[in-house]
Design a protein around this ligand. Structure first.
Ligand SMILES: [Zn+2]
Length: 455
């Protein structure tokens, strides 16, 4: 691949930066980054005659990957809440998210993807792995998100979260939407199979989800044991835990993406690790929902298919997520390995790179897709491979993001999108948010409970 790149004329050179070539293990060099054909052509000295962009005084890092996002929640920020305060995780779903998702229509899905995608890019996140739900606007919803993210220049991995909570027709429509999108995805977007969580899936629906994933050659993106309620439901349903239920259904493969895995026993941790599935920790969301702390934060090196980081819909800022996750992990275990944030982000890039057929995604090596972020970082101390994590945890913020490139295209330059008018995006988001909140006000708390669904 690298030799092919050398045949393409360089399009741009980012000059004079400190370059983080890789996160895990860290590699840092002072160099120019030369781009050609949407990829990294060289990390060294830019040849004469190539258009140059001055990056002196900056730190260039691989674009971050958000391995579990819900872009549909992008317009929820600050929304009014008038029901009784939820006191359990299931009530949070019934009273907040399962009302918001039913209020979504095509316009608000687009506005959410536009707002959420732009926020992620501006925060230095170049790939979003999204888990979408809009039970009253299922058909074509993934196309709306894919087209909107392509317009912004965001790389993505998309799926629709199949669930029985809104009845059999919508479960079937969700399966059909995933199946349809798997044949359509291309450019910067790829598809996966999506499923909500074990506790809202019947055996029949779960079997169909696995069947579509198998025939599409993809993995399943699903919430696993986010709350104890998921485990209690699996035990009541089939006499064993969530991990065994999903494994018996054939869902746990090395392409699977398992969000949360908070309430898992040691045997389940090993069972997940044995399959090579990727786990996504979402530390800020778990703390906000008071569901507990995933033992996968402390996964021993070498165990399993990787532990990535997601925001679970709390924006698209992986600098913030990796810092909070690190502090939460240190709080529980002061002997947390120092490279924790970098290793977690590298695992997310490895997963997304696998889906995109780009094994070098997440690095700035010749041949890698040119997904990278230029940070204005007036460092008080030298940045080296040995101390990179110290700068990452204690120094970097998304507010330093100056430029963002995806597939070699400058999609954010000097802190502004080059693709969309940010003032118009703000106006569209604000208008759609108010219409969405108005519709949501008319929707009652969801009547689904795991107990009722098992009857
Ligand atoms: Zn989630």
């Amino acid at each position: 691949m690298a030799t092919d790149i050398l045949d393409v004329a360089p399009s741009l050179a980012l000059c004079g930066a400190t370059v983080v070539v890789a996160l895990d293990p860290p590699e840092v060099v002072a160099a120019d980054v030369v781009l050609a054909g949407g990829r990294i052509a060289a990390v060294g000295t830019a040849p004469p005659g190539v258009p140059r962009r001055d990056c002196s005084g900056t730190l260039i890092v691989p674009g971050n990957v958000c391995a579990h996002h819900h872009l549909y929640s992008a317009l929820s920020r600050g929304m009014p809440y008038r029901l009784a305060p939820p006191v359990t995780f299931t009530e949070i779903l019934q009273r907040v998210w399962w009302r918001l998702d039913r209020a979504l229509d095509e316009r608000s899905i687009r506005a959410s993807a536009l707002r959420g995608g732009l926020d992620a890019l501006r925060a230095g996140t170049t790939t979003i792995v999204d888990h979408h739900a809009s039970p009253n606007a299922i058909d074509g919803s993934l196309d709306i998100i894919a087209d909107t993210l392509a317009q912004l220049g965001v790389r993505s991995v998309l799926c629709y979260e199949v669930s029985d909570r809104d009845g059999p027709e919508r479960a079937a429509a969700g399966i059909a939407e995933n199946r349809r999108f798997l044949t359509r995805a291309g450019g910067l977007s790829r598809g996966m199979m999506g499923a909500h969580a074990s506790f809202t899936l019947s055996d029949e629906t779960l079997a169909e989800v696995v069947d579509v994933a198998r025939s599409g050659g993809v993995g399943v993106h699903i919430h696993v044991a986010e709350d104890a309620a998921d485990q209690a439901d699996a035990r009541a349903r089939c006499g064993h835990g969530v991990v065994e239920r999903l494994d018996r259904a054939g869902l746990l493969t090395d392409q699977a993406l398992l969000a949360h895995c908070v309430h898992v026993a040691p045997a389940e941790i090993h069972a997940v690790a044995d399959t090579g599935a990727t786990v996504v920790c979402n530390p800020r969301s778990n703390m906000n929902n008071s569901v507990g702390h995933s033992p996968f934060h402390h996964l021993a090196p070498g165990l399993g298919g990787g532990v990535a980081l997601g925001t679970d819909g709390i924006g698209g800022d992986l600098f913030a997520e990796s810092q909070v996750g690190y502090f939460r992990t240190r709080e529980a275990e002061v002997a947390t390995p120092g490279n924790w944030p970098l290793a977690r982000l590298a695992d997310g890039a490895r997963f997304a790179g696998g889906v995109h057929g780009e094994p070098l995604l997440g690095s700035i090596r010749p041949g890698a897709p040119a997904d990278l972020v230029v940070l204005d970082y007036p460092t008080p101390t030298p940045v080296t491979a040995d101390n990179l994590v110290g700068h990452w945890v204690f120094g970097l913020t998304s507010g330093q993001v100056r430029d963002v490139l995806v597939a070699g295209e400058l999609v954010v330059a000097d802190r502004r999108s080059t693709r969309v008018d940010e003032t118009e995006v703000a106006a569209e988001g604000s208008g759609e948010a108010q219409r969405l909140w108005g519709r949501m006000d008319e929707i009652a708390a969801h009547g689904f409970t795991p107990e009722r669904s098992r009857r």
